[in-house]
Design a protein around this ligand. Structure first.
Ligand code: DQA
Length: 150
């Protein structure tokens, strides 16, 4: 059994009402509830956290290390494109993570193409909407099981 953390950044608390044509109609509460259930089915535990504040996301990544979290699924929102400070937090704790985005950021404005996370992530998922979180969780589960066997 592994400990997972689902971390969502700024404006993702508005999922469901925020630009539904880009981000879909599913609310964050429903994504989180679904992920907790799926994690349990896969034999793991999952904590969820969302913040609009950079320092709170950094604090939560640092706390994950103290709590012994094995894997993080992270949608940084717009911090993907700006936050060296959150990148440094991930480098400091050295917890493997998947970077996930509901939309395909590469098919959008050019400023959304750059990421401060993709090169240090285990992998990245784009453009599958809310279903992407299921895919990320299944991939994370495979990753920790493989790591345990090594
Ligand atoms: C997003 C993509 C970001 O560019 C944007 O700032 C978001 C949402 C996504 O999930 O598609 O807030 O992370």
């Amino acid at each position: 059994m592994s400990k997972f953390l689902l971390l969502n950044g700024p404006n993702l608390n508005l999922l469901g009402s925020r630009e539904p044509e880009v981000y879909g109609a599913t609310q964050l509460d429903d994504i989180e509830a679904n992920c907790i259930e799926l994690a349990e089915e896969l034999g793991h535990t999952l904590d969820c956290y969302q913040s609009n504040a950079e320092h709170e996301l950094i604090d939560r990544v640092q706390k994950a290390a103290k709590d012994g979290v094995d894997f993080i699924i992270f949608n940084p929102g717009a911090y993907r494109h700006t936050s060296i400070a959150i990148r440094d937090a991930f480098l400091a704790v050295d917890i493997p993570f998947i970077e996930i985005h509901l939309s395909n950021t590469f098919a959008r404005e050019e400023f959304r193409h750059n990421s401060y996370f993709s090169d240090i992530a285990v992998s990245c998922l784009f453009g599958f909407g809310a279903f992407g979180y299921d895919l990320a969780l299944i991939a994370a589960s495979e990753y920790v099981v493989d790591a345990e066997e090594e």
